[in-house]
Write a protein that binds this ligand. Structure first.
Ligand code: SF4
Ligand code: SF4
Length: 683
């Protein structure tokens, strides 16, 4: 029966889209050892995680016993090979404790669900009814299984001496041991009935559970190992529109993205089966936290319900309807900032960003684009930036008189020997406030003697958000233009101060020189002693660092910006409760700036409150988009004067000690001139 049910569950996977997950078997195996056997992510939620580790370990130990007990029903004296004699006794002692621990964990889990009711298990009314009864039912079944197993062992141990057989040692204070003590003077006939009853209850419960699990959240017990083995190895690289279809052949793809359930890849469907409904993804989702109509947990649960309804175990496959509009709402899919918090948290490595981007690709393909995003998209198509500004104005930020007195920024033309390209991207090029980040970045590069330049009018938007928005063809056009311009510049390395551009250049582009975020460059130069800082003037200020999602979670750059801050004499730094890989998204960058979803509160406002709760009054970030959202949030929260925001480059530029300029190693003549001018001006 179990085999039949699983075979039926595989039907949609066979009908799903292709997904290449068979490479790097050793790396995948290593991840199985870490995330499945090692339960690596479980302790991120201490209480529930510890409980799960105990249950998981108990299940592993009891798996062999479950099968040997089955065979005992046919052959009473059966002993698992290699588990006879001393080894068998040791194994029995371990299983006695394992059954006891799992039983206790079930009791605790039931009490948690019924009495403490952790908020993340709640089901909001718009997502249907509570999952608690189903969870309690399953937990109770496992508790019964453990009880029956222990009773079976206890009765056997109680009966042996009266049958003239040697006394069986049970693990002290375990469940079987306690039950044996209760049964010690029970007549043999009663023990016989109890023995068979315990056996039958154990077997019926075990096989009922086995066949029931594929109908709900417990299916993860069977699928999790495979889900982790086939999990995405390079999480930061977005899934292609279609596997095995190159960009050059994209125009031959008839339908983009996910419209029907069968457009999901088989692995994404396996994700749906593997979700344990633990709620950790939604608990960390910023969109969910501010009341947007998105909860990643329910992206999965709704798809699983859909799959169960349309691919029933008994009965015929039903015709499907388009997902957006029936299963998902448009707002739900546009509400995601692709921050990656859900994926970072999920103990079963369930993927969300690729699915959401695929659903967006499907909507874009059908022309379902929110009104507010249509204008920036058109501008990106015609002008290469979402503001619709002229290409020739891209370098205006570097041409202000005051700035030019301190620093000259070259525009790179055909292989003019400049080593480093500073990729500015649209927001820093055109947004009046963010242009300051561009100027600070250029001054820092000057300070360290970097021979650098920009693409100027030849640069286009990196396309990072365009791609995550689902407009793949537009992204390809922007990317190809930039790749040609970068190649033509002859630059050997790229530096950017925009984590979105950094992520695009590093993961979405091919055949471009290596890219670094400016925080990495600064940290290295600080370490090498090329950058020294003046002490902080206002010693009362308390700083906190906000990790931008595309620098931190997506690229694991957590320490460099912090090292830079800690190198500034007198700078007091505190950590927000949610930091590093648990950082809370500011509200999203790129096109998200043009989208106003329904929400109770702005993400940025929540983030500013977190900074205030940590005791900070200055938020440092390393992303122009974070700066827009956080500065805006400070105003909305009415915290002007009490809280301020500054980009890492601006802070470094402000604190840099100019006397160290002289120590810079022989810069190119032009740069030397520029550095001297900058130094004089600072003096
Ligand atoms: S990527 Fe971020 S916003 Fe999107 S579903 Fe996951 S946690 Fe929520
Ligand atoms: S997707 Fe992962 S984190 Fe979210 S509810 Fe399912 S198992 Fe938990």
């Amino acid at each position: 029966m179990f085999s039949y049910i699983v075979a039926q569950r595989l039907v949609p996977l066979i009908r799903g889209e292709r997904d290449f997950r068979f490479d790097h078997p050793w790396v995948r195996l290593e991840r199985v050892l870490k995330y499945w056997l090692g339960q690596w992510k479980q302790p991120r939620y201490r209480a529930a995680g510890t409980l799960h580790i105990f249950i998981f370990a108990g299940f592993l130990v009891l798996a062999i016993r479950a099968f040997s007990v089955l065979i005992v029903g046919v052959s009473q004296d059966f002993v698992m090979p290699s588990l006879s004699g001393r080894a068998g006794h040791i194994y029995d002692i371990i299983t006695d404790y394992a059954a006891t621990v799992v039983f206790l964990c079930m009791v605790v889990a039931i009490v948690r669900r019924l009495v403490f009711k952790p908020a993340r298990y709640a089901v909001p009314a718009r997502y249907g009814k509570s999952h608690t009864p189903d969870a309690i039912f399953l937990l109770a079944l496992i508790a019964i299984l453990m009880l029956a197993d222990s009773l079976f062992a206890a009765v056997k141990a109680s009966a042996l001496p009266s049958q003239g057989q040697p006394f069986e040692v049970l693990a002290a204070f375990s469940l079987p041991w306690m039950l044996r003590n209760v049964l010690v003077s029970t007549p043999l006939a009663t023990l016989g009935s109890l023995y068979f009853s315990a056996y039958l209850v154990h077997e019926l419960t075990f096989y009922f559970l086995l066949c029931y699990r594929p109908f709900g959240i417990q299916f993860h017990v069977e699928t999790s190992l495979f889900n982790i083995y086939f999990a995405k190895l390079d999480r930061e690289i977005l899934k292609p529109v279609r596997w095995a279809v190159s960009d050059e052949h994209l125009d031959q793809v008839k339908s983009f993205g996910v419209k029907r359930f069968e457009d999901f890849t088989w692995k994404h469907m396996l994700d749906f089966y593997s979700c344990a409904d633990c709620g950790r993804c939604s608990d960390n989702c910023p969109a969910n936290a501010v009341g947007r109509p998105l909860s990643p947990r329910f992206i999965t649960i709704k798809a699983r319900d859909y799959s169960f309804q349309h691919y029933p175990v008994f009965g015929r496959v039903k015709n499907g309807t388009p997902l957006v509009g029936s299963v998902y709402s448009q707002d739900e899919i546009w509400s995601c900032t692709t921050c990656g918090a859900c994926e970072e948290e999920c103990p079963l490595l369930v993927e969300y960003i690729d699915k959401i981007v695929d659903l967006r690709r499907g909507m874009v393909d059908e022309g379902n684009v929110p009104q507010s995003l249509q204008k920036p998209l058109k501008a990106l198509e015609s002008r290469g930036n979402p503001y619709g500004k002229m290409e020739k104005k891209r370098a205006d930020w570097a041409n202000t008189k005051e700035f030019q007195q301190t620093c000259h920024v070259k525009t790179l033309v055909d292989h003019n020997g400049t080593k480093t390209l500073y990729f500015v991207d649209s927001i820093t090029s055109y947004d009046d406030r963010m242009q300051a980040i561009g100027r600070s970045t250029a001054k820092i590069l000057n300070h360290i003697g970097e021979n650098f330049g920009i693409l100027g009018a030849a640069e286009r938007d990196s396309g990072h958000e365009v791609r995550r928005f689902g407009e793949e063809m537009l992204f390809v056009a922007l990317r190809d233009h930039n790749v040609d311009a970068i190649k033509a510049s002859g630059a050997q390395r790229i530096v950017t101060a925009d984590p979105h551009a950094y992520n695009a250049l590093k993961h979405d582009y091919k055949d471009v020189p290596p890219v670094e975020h400016i925080s990495q460059v600064i940290a290295r130069e600080v370490e090498a002693g090329k950058i020294k800082f003046n002490p902080i003037e206002n010693e009362m200020d308390v700083y906190t660092y906000h990790d931008p999602c595309y620098l931190g979670r997506h690229n694991q750059i957590y320490d460099d910006p912090r090292d830079v801050l800690d190198a500034i004499p007198g700078l007091k730094r505190v950590e927000m409760k949610r930091s590093r890989d648990r950082s809370f998204c500011c509200g999203g960058g790129g096109l998200m700036l043009f989208y106003e979803p329904k929400e109770d509160q702005r993400m940025g406002v929540k983030r500013v409150q977190m900074a205030a709760d940590a005791g900070a009054n200055v938020i440092v970030t390393a992303c122009p988009f974070c700066m827009v959202n956080i500065e805006d949030a400070i105003k909305v929260a009415g915290m002007e004067g009490k809280m301020s925001a500054i980009d890492l480059t601006e802070l470094v530029d402000r604190q840099i000690a100019s006397k160290y300029v002289d120590k810079v190693k022989e810069p190119a003549a032009e740069i030397k001139e520029c550095v001297t001018a900058s130094s004089n001006s600072l003096k």
